[in-house]
Design a protein around this ligand. Structure first.
Ligand code: NAD
Length: 246
């Protein structure tokens, strides 16, 4: 473990007045949920355009629903990990203002975090495409092509699909928190997905320190003030110990 970099991050964390994190699928791999782009990631056996795009929903519904049923099933069997818990504890201790997440697993909230901005929606909810009636995710398991009990319209998972815009209000809130931050930490994201990957640069350009925590290099490492390589759950636990010691 890179003890020196962690000590620097702990120091910056305590000296900052508005710490914000952006999380990606990597923070949930230690819960057993695969990310997208790693060697064991979801895109290894699945073409995103065929299973997770707006066109797949209409033109290839069998594969689309099968993919989301598989993801909901994985989610039911998993729990938040140390990384989610540490972020929730930092927030309760008023040492973390907001979590902006690209994840759809709801684990930050389940771990106890209160200010979570979900940029890509939630896998725990679904809605009717015709009348907008809202459901949980269990309805996706009820039939191969789930239908609304009120109007008979198709029900879809409440996540942002490839080819769709991100929710306006979540983007607005994320921008507010990013511009307010003086420490912006990216955890477990390849930073290859737009527009979520605009936020780190926005924060840095407004004077925040930018830190990236990831198992491997990302496309934005050169933009960061500090890069720490390792597993997020392990690193965040050590960071928490350092921050609480002060
Ligand atoms: P991504 O798959 O592109 O990148 C994940 C990154 O995390 C990779 O760089 C990988 O090296 C790193 N990583 C993996 N395990 C790690 C660990 N234990 N500690 C630190 N780093 C680790 O994912 P992304 O950047 O979040 O891409 C965005 C898309 O992924 C979003 O659309 C999001 O909705 C979706 N996604 C979400 C989940 C989830 O909710 N858990 C799961 C899969 C994909």
């Amino acid at each position: 473990m890179d003890e020196v970099s962690l000590a620097i991050l702990a120091d910056w964390w305590l000296k900052s007045s508005c710490q914000v994190v952006l999380t990606g699928a990597g923070i949930s791999t230690e819960s057993g949920l695969p990310d997208f782009r790693s060697a064991q990631g979801l895109w290894k056996g699945n073409d995103p355009r065929r299973v997770a795009s707006i066109s797949a929903l209409y033109e290839n519904p069998q594969d689309f629903y099968e993919f989301y049923r598989m993801r909901c099933h994985n989610l039911e069997a998993a729990l938040p990990n140390k990384g989610h818990e540490v972020l929730a504890n930092l927030m309760k201790a008023r040492l973390l203002k907001a979590i902006i997440t690209q994840n759809v697993d709801g684990f930050h909230q389940r771990a106890g975090a209160s200010r979570v901005i979900e940029l890509h929606g939630s896998l725990r909810a679904s809605r009717c495409l015709s009348c907008g009636k809202r459901y949980g995710s269990d309805v996706l398991h009820e039939s191969a092509l789930p239908k609304c009990s009120s109007c008979g319209g198709a029900i879809r998972p409440d996540v942002v699909l490839f080819g769709e815009n991100l929710p306006f209000e979540a983007m607005r809130q994320a921008e507010i928190e990013t511009k307010r931050s003086d420490l912006f930490v990216v955890i477990g994201s390849s930073l290859e997905v737009s527009p979520a990957n605009y936020f780190p640069i926005m924060a840095r350009d407004r004077g925040a320190k930018l830190v990236i925590i990831n198992i491997e290099s990302t496309v934005m490492d050169e933009e960061a003030d500090l890069v720490i390589h390792g597993k997020s759950g392990v690193l965040l636990s050590s960071l928490y110990d350092l921050v609480k010691k002060e």
